[in-house]
Design a protein around this ligand. Structure first.
Ligand code: SAM
Length: 263
């Protein structure tokens, strides 16, 4: 998945992402920060920070430390900076860039990244980059979706793709990894995994709300292989399939919290 494609999605959805998605992630951020066992004087980095909620949660945990939030989307960074200023948090700096374009070396004590993993072209490249940016024994905390997330919705989506004879793909992101793949990536790129925890939410959410969140996360890119003249029909078919596949409870936020040390 090329970075420009991802950037275009989040330039469009920044406001909606902040409104519809971020509230569902706040307790995940708390779990992540808690598991990092921080002293409070660390220099931190949040890669793919989006509207900056995790960046701020980390910054508020660091009494004397500070955090850089990095994101490829200018609209995300602008929103993040605005919200941070409004909240009076002043130990954060936001940078608008593709992470690959920044060359940090041995700079950070801690790095976090939430819901970026499934958008990466190659997680190994990302982990190599993070390893260079971290100090020796620096900590890395990642939140990544698991194959369980949106299980019922994904099933409905795949039924629609089948109808149009289109190859199956993730409804959000490039690839959602299983625990064993993530463990291998981390270990092969010089990280020692300290903890690996799974979480999963089932919600009694309306189809409309569920779709609103998926659209904020994906910019509706999931219909991109369907011909333009059939898109509207595919959307209607998707709504029908959702009604059939989603019973009362839908698996929504579901993923892994991985804490590792740079070796
Ligand atoms: C799914 S959002 C996650 C936002 C936030 N971290 C969260 O927990 O919800 C992914 C974010 O990563 C950013 N992103 C994607 N590729 C990137 C890259 N190569 N460098 C920096 N940011 C990137 C996107 O712009 C987007 O804001």
């Amino acid at each position: 998945m090329k970075s420009n494609f991802v950037k275009e999605i989040y330039e469009k959805t920044a406001e909606d992402y902040d409104r519809w998605v971020i509230p569902c992630k706040k307790c995940q951020y708390m779990m992540l920060i808690e598991s990092l066992d921080l002293k409070g004087d660390e220099i931190g980095l949040d890669v793919g920070c989006g509207p900056g909620e995790l960046t701020r949660t980390l910054a508020q945990r660091l009494d004397t430390g500070k955090v850089i939030g990095l994101d490829i989307s200018a609209n995300m960074v602008e929103l993040a900076a605005e919200k941070t200023e409004k909240r009076g948090i002043n130990n954060v700096e936001f940078v608008n860039a593709n992470y690959k374009e920044r060359d940090y070396k041995d700079k950070f004590d801690v790095c976090v990244s939430s819901y970026l993993f499934h958008w990466l072209e190659d997680p190994r490249v990302f982990l190599r980059w993070v390893r260079r940016a971290l100090q020796d024994q620096g900590k890395l905390g990642v939140i990544s979706p698991s194959p369980e997330w949106y299980r019922e919705v994904q099933k409905a989506y795949h039924h629609v793709l089948d109808k149009y004879d289109v190859d199956k793909r993730e409804i959000i992101g490039k690839k959602v990894y299983q625990q064993k793949d993530i463990e291998k990536f981390f270990e092969n790129e010089g990280f020692l995994i300290r903890s690996f925890n799974e979480f999963s939410f089932k919600e009694d959410t309306s189809i409309e709300t569920c779709l609103r969140r998926i659209n904020a996360k994906s910019g509706q890119s999931y219909f991109r292989d369907i011909p333009e003249n059939l898109k509207e029909e595919a959307r209607e078919s998707f709504m029908e399939e959702l009604k059939n596949h989603t019973k009362k409870l839908v698996t929504t936020e579901s993923g892994y919290i991985v804490i590792a040390t740079r070796m």
